[in-house]
Design a protein around this ligand. Structure first.
Ligand code: NAD
Length: 273
């Protein structure tokens, strides 16, 4: 499978589909990432708080995939926000991953009550200008956080990784991302499985001889977003990548749009600190 790439606002190319490792214990992460690399994934999404950067690093080290074909993302945790602490946290993440350079580093949450995301961003800008990370971005930024960041700093985020799936479509945030040329990356793209039993999704899947998970991933991909589905089951890991051989119709996309509800699975970014 060849995964299409999106071009970020600094010219860097990012695979449109990657592999997420949230909630995968470190000692199981190496096997899961190895299965993903063997299946053909080239983009891996981890975070310092997941506690499995070492497991990701072991899989990268053991793989024969050349480093320049990989796209590795990690995130600065809330407690590490601030200029100096972000620089230290970045070094720590790189050491655990066993890498010289990252492809994408994100501020994990805005944590507005800490009031530190501008300082955190300036540290990422420095790491970017030093060539230690190819692109920098944010996660869970609401429009108000984005506007403030863009107004006060130099580099526009390349990516905003937010909770996004049929049950939580986050339209205002997507619009803000588009205004600034920021790529939208969907976390929990499958709503952690909660939308896979919907009758309309099952029906559309049957029409395409596909699975519900594949249909939901197509719904994202056809709207230009980056997705990072997670699974530790090799057959599902392969299934979630095998989504480039069919296309949903406009009516099918609309039927999935109609599944919107108050389906947030994580905290609201405005009050998570
Ligand atoms: P997801 O939407 O990817 O769902 C994963 C779950 O869906 C699996 O545990 C499994 O139960 C089910 N599943 C996966 N593939 C399936 C298939 N083919 N058929 C049936 N069921 C299937 O949820 P996620 O793990 O929360 O999100 C994906 C990634 O997004 C994470 O691993 C992480 O990298 C990232 N993430 C980021 C943040 C953030 O704050 N930035 C928060 C949560 C997740």
């Amino acid at each position: 499978t060849t995964v299409p790439a999106v071009t970020l606002n600094n010219g860097v190319r990012m695979p449109q589909l990657g592999f997420g490792v949230y909630q995968v214990p470190d000692d199981e992460t190496t096997a899961a990432v190895t299965a993903a690399l063997d299946a053909g994934y080239r983009s891996i999404d981890t975070a310092a708080i997941y506690g499995n950067e070492s497991g990701v690093g072991r899989a990268i080290a053991a793989s024969s995939v050349p480093r320049d074909e990989l796209f590795i993302t990690t995130k600065v945790w809330n407690a590490d926000q601030g200029y100096d602490s972000t620089l230290r946290a970045f070094d720590d993440s790189l050491a655990k991953l066993g890498l010289e350079r990252l492809d994408l580093s994100l501020i994990h949450w805005p944590t507005p009550d800490r009031g530190l995301y501008l300082d955190t961003w300036r540290a990422l800008e420095r790491l970017h200008s030093e060539g230690r990370v190819r692109a920098i971005g944010v996660s869970n930024f609401e429009p108000e956080h984005l506007e403030r960041l863009v107004g006060a700093t130099t580099v526009v985020p390349a990516v905003n990784q937010v909770e996004l799936h049929p049950a939580l479509q986050n339209r205002a945030t997507i619009a803000a991302n588009e205004r600034h040329g920021i790529v939208t990356e969907a976390w929990s793209p499958l709503a952690q499985g909660a939308v896979l039993g919907e009758a309309s999704v099952i029906d559309i899947a049957a029409r395409h001889d596909a699975t519900p998970a594949q249909v939901v991933l197509r719904w994202h991909l056809q709207q230009g977003r980056v997705v990072i589905p997670k699974s530790v089951t090799p057959s599902r890991i392969a299934e979630n990548l095998d989504v480039f051989g069919f296309e949903l119709t406009a009516d099918e996309l609309t039927a999935i749009d109609a599944l919107e509800r108050d389906g947030r699975t994580g905290p609201h970014p405005a009050d998570f600190n």
